[in-house]
Ligand binder design. Structure first.
Ligand code: SF4
Length: 256
């Protein structure tokens, strides 16, 4: 864990759940490398633009920070140039679901062997609180002072519609569960998608909302979309987390 720290000062707001994601990731990497399942020198941790993007500065790994919304093509390029690398990306809901949505769709379709962790706080936090595609209808922020008129979309359902080979959701405040899901995603062969519910305590504090509603599904992911749909369904306003779907299929890189 200590070896993954850098000297960079953490500038996230005090108490921001981004820090819990950082801890979970460091623990996941420490465990996988100590079990010889991963070589530290082969990891490339990439990030997009947003509050989440600072994570690249806090990891003593090979890192790369991309342009806003262009994280996924950057990851695909790195993996295509050297398929021995383990390419892991951190993105935000603005970065991945607004600017970068087309890249997300096509990476999932082609099953690139890359891993994407989306810090989903339901707003553009770095720019102090504008709506993103996962902001709830009615949300009042800097860009929607009278309330958001758009319906939010569900990234998990989108990923399932694309037959994405690994689909999961986790909650940043649960470090242990997030670490386990990250490890499973990193070990998965193919495109691994993890939506991380990450409340922004400064501009949209949803901690209590999610604490009251989240529940964890069993550890066994479905390998059939219909069964996965049953796992994904919100039950009486409750929000499921866990690994919903995992299948094995040829990766983009293996078919080249
Ligand atoms: Fe975290 Fe929100 Fe502060 Fe950004 S603005 S560092 S997401 S609490």
């Amino acid at each position: 864990m200590q070896e993954l720290n850098t000297k960079a000062k953490i500038t996230w707001c005090a108490g921001c759940p981004n820090s819990q994601i950082l801890v979970a990731f460091r623990e996941a990497i420490t465990e996988l490398t100590s079990q010889d399942k991963l070589k530290i020198e082969n990891i490339v941790a990439t990030a997009g633009i947003g509050c989440h993007g600072k994570i690249a500065e806090y990891l003593n790994l090979n890192t790369y920070t991309s342009l806003h919304g262009r994280l996924i093509p950057t990851m695909t390029g790195i993996k295509t140039a050297n398929s021995n690398l383990t390419v892991i990306g951190f993105s935000g809901d603005g970065d991945a679901y607004a600017e970068g949505i087309e890249h997300l769709i096509h990476a999932a379709r082609r099953n690139s062997d890359i891993k994407l962790f989306v810090h989903d706080n339901q707003i553009f936090a770095l720019t102090t609180g504008q709506v993103t595609p996962t902001s709830p209808k009615g949300f009042k922020g800097k860009s929607t002072p009278f309330g958001n008129l758009d319906e939010p979309f569900d990234p998990i359902l989108l990923m399932l519609s694309l037959n994405t080979s690994f689909i999961a959701r986790t909650f940043a405040l649960d470090i242990s569960k997030t670490k386990e899901i990250m490890k499973r995603a990193i070990e998965h062969k193919g495109f691994a998608f993890v939506d991380i519910i990450q409340p922004c305590i400064t501009f949209f504090d949803t901690r209590e909302y999610f604490k009251e509603r989240i529940f964890w599904i069993d550890d066994q992911p479905a390998d059939n979309p219909e069964i996965a749909m049953q796992k994904i369904k919100n039950i009486k306003g409750k929000i499921p987390c866990g690994i919903f779907y995992e299948i094995s299929k040829p990766t983009f890189e293996a078919q080249q």
